[in-house]
Design a protein around this ligand. Sequence first.
Ligand code: NAP
Length: 332
Amino acid sequence: MKAVQFLSKDLPLEVKEVPTPVPADGEVLIRLAFAAFNHLDLWIWQEKVLEKPVISGADGSGVVESVGRGVDKSLVGKEVIINPGLYWGDDERFTGKNFQILGNPTNGTFAEYITIPREYVHEKPAHLNLEEAAALPLAALTAYRALFSRADLQPSDKVLITGIGGGAALYLLQIANAAGASVYVTSSSEEKIRRAIAMGAKGGYNYRDAAWVTKAKDEIGGFDVIIDSAGGDGFAVLADVANPGARIVNFGRTAGNINGLKPWLVYNKQLQILGTMMGTPAEFKAMLEFYSKHKLGPTIDKTFQLNEVNAARDYMNSGEHFGKIMLQVGDK
Ligand SMILES: NC(=O)c1ccc[n+]([C@@H]2O[C@H](COP(=O)([O-])OP(=O)(O)OC[C@H]3O[C@@H](n4cnc5c(N)ncnc54)[C@H](OP(=O)(O)O)[C@@H]3O)[C@@H](O)[C@H]2O)c1
């Protein structure tokens, strides 16, 4: 089968001919149709040097081709997606030491086939096609846990989502909207703010404009929930725009380390600053149910073919996208 293998940050990604995997006991063989990019893929490709090649990719959808011993054969032919959060561990509050995300070190979804333990295979939501379904797993799971399990989102909350162009950020917007909260966004792009408003955001601010914090405080007052996946120098001002008692959740480092956070704002406002990471198997199921109940779907920016993986990587690195970047890996 064809697969995108990664070995070292110093080498280009290559589509290689590799053996098609065979499902072991308890595993499922999926003929993949689509995979999705996440910023995580960029981090791995930019930062890692591995001991042996691994097939990249955390998100994917496809059709069950065959099953290993001990797996119900009625799964064969079903259209499925994969929960990429493997071996979460025993404590729902945080990941255990065996936790890993599909694509490193376990072979991922940028391939024509994948084998994966049955417990990570879920029927795709019926209202989504295979491409739409492949865009969900990692980012929608992270957004779901960030909003509900960590920020304890309430319909009365004013929510701020930073960097709305990102794949995960747009899931935050649609989930918080569907939950009845009032959602505001930040972006480096006026066009992306306009698109977010068209999707249900109440307003937006350009985080490159130093006056955005003052404008937001004048117009909105403050935010009860802030979800950030950028970190960096822009994180500190989130404490300025937070209401007393606000929950600020972070799950990313796109803009680097956090500098300049004022402790007096944190303690005077009694802020909760919370980290989050992917989600538990139960949250994955709950996310799929939420998407089915509210008939939500992803915003797909662009779809590349498997042999265009380097161009797709460069496109994601440019930050120009609005929503998910996809890879068509099969013929569907
Ligand atoms: N821990 C986890 O479980 C987990 C899960 C998912 C993602 N993540 C992390 O979350 C981040 C986003 O992931 P993704 O896959 O959604 O990436 P992505 O699609 O590449 O998102 C990039 C977006 O980040 C925004 N951005 C860049 N610099 C920013 C800044 N200084 N301030 C605010 N926003 C900024 C941009 O928004 P605009 O274009 O609107 O300016 C850009 O569109 C990454 O750091 C990723 O590693 C972590």
